[in-house]
Design a binder for this molecule. Structure first.
Ligand SMILES: Nc1ccn([C@@H]2O[C@H](COP(=O)(O)OP(=O)(O)OP(=O)(O)O)[C@@H](O)[C@H]2O)c(=O)n1
Ligand SMILES: [Ca+2]
Length: 525
């Protein structure tokens, strides 16, 4: 190979000697240019190597946090993780584990309060397996209880305190850093749900073009949050203009250097389980015997409820009445229209002391922007196959629910035998209730219906209040935008490579122009 090359060179020299009649000779300028070119190439290579190696991100230092969502129907334990050095960035915290606690929500332990804490042990063990042993002690653990415990506190304060003590005892005995177990307010629940989805959607901190484009628009580009639980429901959004009519519904946040004026309201007793209880309590008022035909259950479905326990609940106690029977037999009729009319009675639209209201005389400013609807809004719509990316119209949704409600129970049960009977039997009611709440309660129309997005997860994280709660308690959302390098690591390296390539090309071009190899000279080619 080398021999071949040598011969080729000899040939070229010979040919050059023949053409020019002189020995090939390189001028001093060319020599300098050649050396310069060579040195520049070396410099460019060195520059890229240094950029890539010196600025490589350090090995990730992961932090963890645990939040238990003690809901009315059940408790979920969430484990979150984030890179320590990016703590204040938006969208860096993500859910890595969720564990559903066996049995009822903690408010379900009102008769056996000492068992509330131990019910959480299995999920705490699961979290121990996910988080590296050496980080257990530094991992914060929070428990927030929602509407189920708010109701228990109203019904029996002592029992509610005992349940909280029991869960606190268990959480303190876990190897993590216990940070508190408390009942959060409906306002907090709404606000943290709104923070969670906007954090996960990346709506708080914008960079580059997005920031520029958004600065041109006057409206705040956040998404509203609709949360439907078992015992309460929350609506939270940034209205177009805020009036100070109902200060208890307004919250002010400063996040990443921007002010947000947020409207929120939590309706206790309007979660889907308590709404059903309320509906049954009203139906009972006009019942003479122990049988009740219910249009919101499928035809052929039967359920028996105990009347004595029924009115202990603060959501139904106003309807309390003496009945000559202790058991009530409910029989399904499967009639969607009748069910909607029946549910409508839960929303009192007559009195409104403000410029506009949702229902029961509660202030609601005009709806604004997109909404993320999660928890039971998602569970129910997902079951009914109504959550596709190409959104269904309000009419399509109504007719799908109507069709589902009209199906006989034995057929539904056969098709969905894997689904818990409690859930399955109530999807007809829940579908109708969701439409009533959104259409009659909040007054969503055919037009703005398409701005509701039913979502279970955003990325790997569940939509819900827990992430926002942890972000707030760990001070992970700064009020002011933290200073950030103008370029990301990837863009920086890319730019270095591009500049180096341009540099080499310019030098090569200059060399070619000065050197003028024979092949580029006129007449040779
Ligand atoms: N696959 C599922 C899961 C849950 N549910 C129902 O959805 C409702 C709400 O669940 P969730 O959002 O978990 O409510 P909680 O957090 O328990 O209640 P709250 O927020 O009111 O305290 C409950 O009635 C539950 O039975 C459902 O229909 N289908
Ligand atoms: Ca909930």
């Amino acid at each position: 190979m080398r021999k071949k090359q040598k011969t080729a060179w000899k040939e070229i020299l010979k040919w050059e000697k023949e053409v020019t009649g002189t020995k090939p000779k390189m001028s001093t300028t060319r020599k300098i240019l050649l050396i310069l070119g060579f040195l520049s190439t070396l410099a460019a290579i060195a520059l890229i190597t240094v950029a890539v190696t010196q600025n490589q991100p350090l090995p990730k230092n992961i932090k963890y946090g645990i939040v238990l969502d003690a809901g009315s129907s059940h408790t979920n334990l969430y484990v979150y993780e984030w890179p320590a050095e990016k703590e204040n960035d938006t969208g860096v915290v993500q859910q890595v584990e969720v564990c559903k606690v066996e049995g009822p929500g903690i408010s379900g332990y009102s008769q056996t309060t000492e068992k509330a804490g131990p019910s959480l042990v299995q999920c705490l063990r699961q979290a121990e397996g996910v988080i590296p042993l050496k980080q257990h002690q530094e991992t914060p653990v929070y428990l927030g209880a929602t509407a189920g415990m708010r109701l228990l506190r109203l019904e029996n304060k002592d029992a509610a305190e005992k349940v909280l003590s029991s869960v606190e005892k268990t959480l303190r005995s876990a190897p993590f850093n216990f940070q508190g177990a408390r009942i959060i307010s409906g306002q907090e629940e709404g606000a943290y749900g709104w923070i969670t989805i906007n954090y996960l959607l990346g709506n708080f901190k914008q960079s580059g073009w997005k920031k520029f484009l958004h600065s041109l628009k006057s409206v705040s580009e956040t998404s509203g949050a609709l949360d439907l639980g078992g015992a309460s429901t929350q609506i939270t959004f940034v209205p177009d203009e805020i009036s100070s009519e109902s200060p208890q519904n307004l919250l002010y946040f400063r996040l990443y250097g921007k002010d947000y004026r947020v409207y929120t309201h939590s309706f206790l007793c309007y979660g889907k389980d308590q709404a059903l209880q309320q509906k049954l309590a009203r139906d009972l008022q006009s019942t003479e015997n122990s049988s009740l035909f219910d249009p919101c259950f499928h035809q052929g479905y039967q359920r028996t409820i105990s009347v004595s326990n029924f009115f202990k609940n603060p959501c139904t106690s106003v309807e309390k009445k003496q009945f000559p029977f202790s058991q009530l037999h409910i029989e399904g009729e499967g009639n969607y229209e009748k069910c909607r009319r029946n549910i409508q009675n839960l929303f009192n639209k007559t009195d409104c002391p403000y410029s506009s209201c949702s229902f029961n005389g509660i202030y609601l400013p005009p709806l604004q922007g997109d909404f993320g609807a999660f928890s039971a809004f998602y569970f129910v719509m997902n079951f009914l196959n109504l959550t596709s990316d190409d959104p269904f119209t309000l009419d399509e949704v109504a007719s799908a629910i109507k069709k589902f409600c009209a199906r006989p129970w034995h057929e539904v049960k056969l098709q969905y035998h894997q689904i818990k009977e409690k859930y399955l039997s109530e999807y007809c009611f829940s579908g109708a209730y969701i439409l009533s709440l959104l259409e009659n309660g909040y007054e969503f129309t055919t037009e703005n219906w398409k701005r509701i997005h039913f979502l279970g997860k955003i990325g790997s994280s569940d939509a819900g209040w827990t992430l926002g709660y942890m972000l707030n308690l760990t001070n992970m959302i700064p009020a002011e935008e933290p200073p950030a390098p103008p370029l990301s690591y990837g863009s920086y390296v890319g730019l270095m490579v591009l500049c180096s390539l341009v540099l080499v090309s310019v030098i090569l071009l200059a060399w070619l122009l000065f050197h003028k190899p024979k092949c580029l000279q006129k007449g040779v080619v």
